[in-house]
Design a protein around this ligand. Structure first.
Ligand code: NAP
Ligand code: GCO
Length: 263
């Protein structure tokens, strides 16, 4: 359908060598966009390039720490020179630290805030000037259930993802007049390396208690997969969502709508 087409668009997806970022970038490519992505390190970036190549996608990979403003600006300038102005930015790169708040060092808290909240600001600031010159663009911030809900051990992550929701609304307010839509996509619990420790089998072979907990909390009664985010990301990146701005689209199998199973 033409309204969802991304033909001729340039998309930059951060942290898209694997996991959710990779699947979303593949979806954008399948809709017609040309893809640039970054990793925090060279081996991961190279593995990502191979994975895109296997699918016939000619992606351009960078090694760039999203916390480093100078390196981010250099990466964006290179993309603009070699591929063209960025039409779609997906702020996907993220980390989590699961540590009880009383034991968490301030430096650990700050590291999560830097990657999950400060970096999307750095990235958005780097692409906005050319989007404004070009007359529009799409910025999509990858939020979380923790943009809405609290949970033990993830104080920094929840603070960052809650902040990312408000950064989304604020940049949408500030840049809307330039035809830039800034939206969030909030995945539920998705099976990736980030959540692997929550799905590990117990020594006796039984499921991890968190695994069973999440399945019981999700009306869809399963973990999500990175491919569950493909349709929603194309919607938010395409002209189909041109009057959607400052919205967080939760893709969670119904978790946020559900009070939980009665005992
Ligand atoms: P993942 O497989 O661990 O992917 C995280 C990505 O972020 C990796 O590609 C990693 O790059 C990149 N990254 C981390 N720190 C970086 C840095 N300083 N500079 C550049 N890149 C960096 O996890 P995922 O589950 O796909 O998560 C992707 C996003 O979705 C995150 O923002 C996460 O918080 C969010 N999310 C995940 C879930 C879930 O259930 N899995 C749910 C909601 C939201 P390299 O490893 O390539 O270096
Ligand atoms: C956790 C999880 C998460 C999810 C995700 C939920 O420990 O609770 O890792 O927070 O990855 O962000 O949407």
């Amino acid at each position: 359908m033409a309204i969802f087409s991304l033909k001729g668009k340039i998309a930059l997806v951060t942290g898209a060598a694997h996991g959710i970022g990779f699947s979303m970038a593949v979806a954008l490519a399948e809709a017609g966009a040309r893809i640039a992505f970054n990793s925090s390190n060279e081996p991961s970036m190279k593995r990502g390039l191979e994975a895109y190549k296997k699918l016939g996608i000619d992606a351009k990979g960078f090694v760039c720490d999203v916390r480093d403003e100078k390196k981010v600006q250099k990466m964006v300038a290179t993309i603009e020179k070699e591929m063209g102005a960025i039409d779609i930015l997906v702020n996907n790169a993220g980390i989590i630290k699961r540590i009880p708040a009383v034991d968490m060092k301030v430096e650990e808290f700050e590291e999560v805030i830097d990657v999950d909240l400060v970096a999307p600001f750095i990235m958005s600031k780097a692409v906005a000037p050319s989007m404004i010159r070009k007359g529009g663009g799409k910025i999509i911030n990858i939020c979380s259930m923790m943009s809405e809900l609290g949970r033990e051990t993830v104080a920094a992550y929840a603070a960052a993802k809650g902040g990312l929701k408000m950064l989304t609304r604020t940049l949408a307010s500030e840049w809307g007049e330039h035809n830039i839509q800034v939206n969030g996509l909030g995945p539920g619990y998705i099976a990736t390396s980030q959540t692997a420790p929550l799905r590990e089998k117990q020594p006796d072979g039984s499921p991890h208690p968190f695994d069973s907990f999440i399945i019981s909390k999700t009306p869809a009664a399963r973990w999500g997969t990175p491919d569950d985010l493909k349709g929603p990301i194309v919607f938010l990146a395409s002209e189909a969502s041109n009057f959607v701005n400052g919205h967080i689209l939760y893709v969670d199998g119904g978790i946020l709508a559900y009070i939980g199973k009665q005992p």
